[in-house]
Structure formats: C-alpha cells, structure tokens
Design a protein around this ligand. Structure first.
Ligand code: F6P
Length: 343
C-alpha cells in the first residue's frame, strides 16, 4: 500500500506532528509513505519526497510544514482534477491524506467524488472547519495571540492609550474571541457580529469616562464587518485561486476613527502571520498526532472520502462532503456570553 500525504492552504503549527504520525503509522502497517510537496501543486507537478520515520521523527516541535504548502486549486485549473487523478495513478498511490482547511478539503472531496481514495485531516488556525472541535494550529495561534494582546495591554496602560489589535480570521472570529477573552480584552469584534463605527467610538468614550484612564484594548478580527463601511478592508486587490481577497487594515482604520471621535491617543497593532508560526502547543502536537494516526487507520479499513475529527475527546470520522463547503462560525449565544465583559 502506497500512501501520499500533503499539506495545503495556510501553514499551521502542528502540521509536522500530524505528518510524523502518518509516517509512523504507515511504517507500523508496512505501508510506504510519500510526501507530496507544496499542497495540490505537488500532485499536479509530481513533486514528491520519500518519507522515512527515522529521518523525520524529530520534527514534532517545529512550526510550519516541512512538506511546504500552497494555495493551488486544481478545481480552478483547466483539466486540474483529471491531471490530479492521472498523477495519483502515475505515482502508484493507493490512498492520499490531505491535511488542510475548507479549501484543501474541498478539493479532497472533489477528488473523492472523482473516485480517488482520499482521507482528510482538518487544519486551520481559523478553526472554521465544521464537524470537528479541533483544527490543527488553532490552539497555538490563540496562545500566541493572547500573549501579544497581553503585551499590548502593558504598553497601553503605561501610556494611557487605546490599542486596536487586528487578529487573523477571515470569516470566523474564533481566534479573536478565544485570545481576546483569555487576555481580558475590553472589546472583541468578529465577522459574525457586524458593528457600526458609532457603536465602537461610543463604547470607547464611555469606557474612558467610566474608568478615568484611556487604556482600552480592542481585539478585531481582520474580517470583521463594519455596517457603515462598504467592506471588507483589504490589503490589496489580489485574489487567490480559492477566491479569497487579502484582508488587512481594519485595525489601523478603526484606530484612526477612534482617535478622531474620542481624542484618545490610539495605536493599532497587527500580529498577522506571527501567530501562525512557531512551535506548536502540547495540545496541537498531541491531537494532530492522534488525527494523523487515525487517518492511516481509515485507510487500513478502506474507509475513504472521510475526514478524521475530534468530538468530545474521541477521534471520529465524518464524510468529507459534510465537512466542506461551509464555515463553522461563532454562534450568537457564544458571543452573547462574552459580551458581559464588554462594558
Ligand atoms: O490560514 C488562514 C489564514 O491565516 C487566515 O486567517 C488569513 O486571512 C489568511 O490565512 C492569510 O493568508 P496568507 O498566508 O495567504 O496571507
């Protein structure tokens, strides 16, 4: 049995642990493991590498993905799915493990529909893949964002300044919500809960009046929606093969609005990709290892077209078709719960 493994989309801490587990389990079952480099680009271009556990066993603590990644989308390339299917056969693969978020897993679902033996593992710092309580990289990103917000609270308090911290999160505010709550942010703005500039500036004014000082720290997800601005606020006009615009700038935009409306000295900070790199947390290492092992088990059972997932501490499998094509967002109830702190 020859098993391919690839990582697609944005990198995430914990990917190396998952690959390492896949290779270990393959060796246990006597399967041959082959790494497909740069996500789907590697399958289209036959860019592969041999994987031996002895050579990669020491990568569990390293961030990023040593297989490299890309946002190449075979569905957007003419004949892409056919080419991917042909190359799957050319490589002599019996099965392929795709580790990624909705984009990568969406391609995996399409390939599975086209008849290939594919299994998925959920990865994204954004945490927005449905049907699983865990996505590789989220825990590390949240912890790193939390520490950066705490650092900014120190400098905000020392200078009596307002800070707007812009955190990654395109359609879902999971990282902003978790890290903001964990750091004790004064306000958290997420894509799921649109707000107006007036609501925001009134909040800051009230906070300053009530507490005397001007030290207010606001966390905003990059994809947050401003009702009175024809958004989203973008970095530039680039659109990737999955149709995503490059977001960025909402923190700076809001900081200006706040300073203008309140007179409080306001700064913005953008940790951006810095929360996506670095060594994975123990949780990311542990669960991604379990997911990697379980993916190979699915292959051994001949159960294809599924994604391994975490639910109530158990590793389960869900059809790729059910886990893709939609975004897991923060519920109204959860945001309401958090709102008790936004006073
Ligand atoms: O991987 C998800 C993500 O980190 C999003 O939160 C963010 O919008 C996007 O990737 C950034 O993409 P890129 O790495 O292509 O700039």
């Amino acid at each position: 049995m020859k098993v391919g493994v690839l990582t697609g989309g944005g990198d995430a801490p914990g990917l190396n642990s998952a690959i390492r587990a896949v290779v270990k389990k393959c060796e246990q079952y006597g399967f041959e493991a082959v790494g497909i480099k740069r996500g789907w680009a590697g399958l289209l271009e036959l860019d592969t590498t041999e994987l031996k556990y002895e050579e990669i066993k020491n990568i569990i603590h390293r961030g990023g993905t040593f297989l490299k990644t890309s946002r190449t989308n075979p569905l957007k390339i003419s004949g892409g799915i056919e080419k991917a299917s042909q190359n799957f056969k050319k490589l002599g693969l019996d099965a392929l493990i795709a580790i990624g978020g909705d984009d990568t897993l969406g391609v995996a679902a399409a390939l599975s529909k086209a008849g290939l033996n594919v299994v998925g593992i959920p990865k994204t710092i954004d945490h927005d893949v449905p049907e699983t309580e865990f996505t590789i990289g989220f825990d590390t990103a949240v912890n790193q964002a939390m520490r950066l917000i705490e650092n900014l609270q120190d400098t905000a308090a020392s200078h009596d300044r307002v800070f707007v911290v812009e955190i990654m999160g395109r359609h879902a505010g999971w990282i902003a919500l978790y890290s903001g709550i964990a750091a004790g942010a004064d306000l958290i703005l997420i894509p799921e809960e649109p707000f107006s500039i007036k609501e925001l500036t009134d909040f800051v004014k009230k906070k300053i009046e009530k507490e005397g000082g001007q030290s207010v720290v606001i966390v905003v997800a990059e994809g947050a929606v401003i009702t009175d601005y024809k958004g989203p606020i973008k970095k530039d006009a680039t659109i990737d093969q999955f149709g995503h615009v490059r977001l960025g700038g909402i923190g700076e935009f809001l900081a200006k609005e706040i300073q203008e409306a309140t007179g409080a000295e306001t700064r913005s900070a953008v940790p951006a990709h810095a929360i996506r790199g670095g060594p994975p947390t123990a949780l990311d290492r542990f669960v991604s290892t379990r997911l990697g092992l379980a993916a190979v088990d699915l292959i051994k059972e001949g159960k294809f077209g599924y994604m391994v997932a975490l639910r109530c501490g158990e590793i389960v499998s869900v059809p790729l078709a059910k886990a893709t094509g939609r975004t897991k967002t923060v519920s109204k109830e959860l945001y309401e719960e958090a709102k008790v702190f936004f006073k």
